[in-house]
Design a protein around this ligand. Structure first.
Ligand SMILES: Nc1ncnc2c1ncn2[C@@H]1O[C@H](COP(=O)(O)OP(=O)(O)OP(=O)(O)O)[C@@H](O)[C@H]1O
Ligand SMILES: [Mg+2]
Length: 221
């Protein structure tokens, strides 16, 4: 099934056209890698998929359909519950590890049942639980870069999304942490559709089911 369909998409900031005539279907549970030179529009494209362009003063024409429904007809919060995005410059909240996860849960769901169980499950799903199970009250800023990135990924999973979008998820990580995140993304593919941007062609080759490149302002094979 195509979970996202993008038809005749053009994206601009004011009168500056960034992407034109993008037409792609994204299948459920594939890993799609978006490549392209710096400034080609990768972050812009990813921002359009969860309705974030409005926030950064961009605009689009054409259609983005999530499960057949135009995203402009879906409430922003519902859209973002289902399409979770880790932006290029996102990091952990300056709260405890635990609160990094309970904060979005409470924001979206109100009071949480089985809080401890849920936290454990989320941290296990990003292979972080064993390392930090005794430090859940510690400020998340004290984690290493690789651990922070895994906590950010756990935070994305709090709302039970269907699509995970990552904008250059390994750009600030060393090789070991990068390989660890790549392995994790492959595991997450069992349950989620994954769209990520990267500058690293070897990374794209290692993990992608499909690689698309932005060239001449459009996305192609
Ligand atoms: N909020 C904005 N307002 C106006 N122009 C913007 C905005 N965000 C990005 N741009 C411009 O749009 C173009 C595409 O930027 P974008 O950040 O999407 O590229 P990118 O491919 O993600 O680059 P990088 O690889 O460096 O992250 C650039 O020319 C950039 O200057
Ligand atoms: Mg970018």
């Amino acid at each position: 099934m195509n979970i996202l369909q993008i038809k005749n998409l053009n994206i601009s900031y004011k009168e500056k056209l960034i992407l034109k005539d993008v037409n792609i279907d994204i299948k459920e549970r594939e890993i799609l890698c978006i490549m392209g030179a710096s400034g080609s529009g990768k972050s812009t494209f990813l921002s359009s998929l969860n309705g974030f362009l409005d926030e950064i003063k961009g605009s689009f024409s054409g259609e983005i359909l999530y499960k057949g429904k135009n995203i402009t007809e879906i409430k922003k919060l519902d859209l973002r519950k289902n399409i979770a995005t880790l932006f290029q410059d996102s990091t952990v909240f300056p709260f405890s590890i635990e609160k990094n996860l309970t904060y979005p849960m409470e924001f979206f769901e109100g009071k949480i049942k089985n809080k401890d169980e849920k936290i454990k499950e989320l941290l296990k799903s990003v292979n972080l639980y064993d390392e930090i199970k005794d430090s859940l009250k510690m400020n998340a800023n004290k984690l290493s870069g690789g651990q922070k990135q895994r906590l950010c990924i756990a935070r994305m999973l709090t709302t039970n999304p269907e699509i995970l979008i990552f904008d250059e998820p390994c750009s600030s990580l060393d090789e070991n942490n990068t390989l660890f995140i790549e392995k994790l993304l492959k595991e997450l593919k069992e349950k989620y559709t994954i769209i990520l941007s990267t500058h690293n062609f070897n990374q794209a080759k290692r993990i992608a089911d499909r690689i698309l490149k932005i060239e001449n302002k459009t996305l192609k094979k």
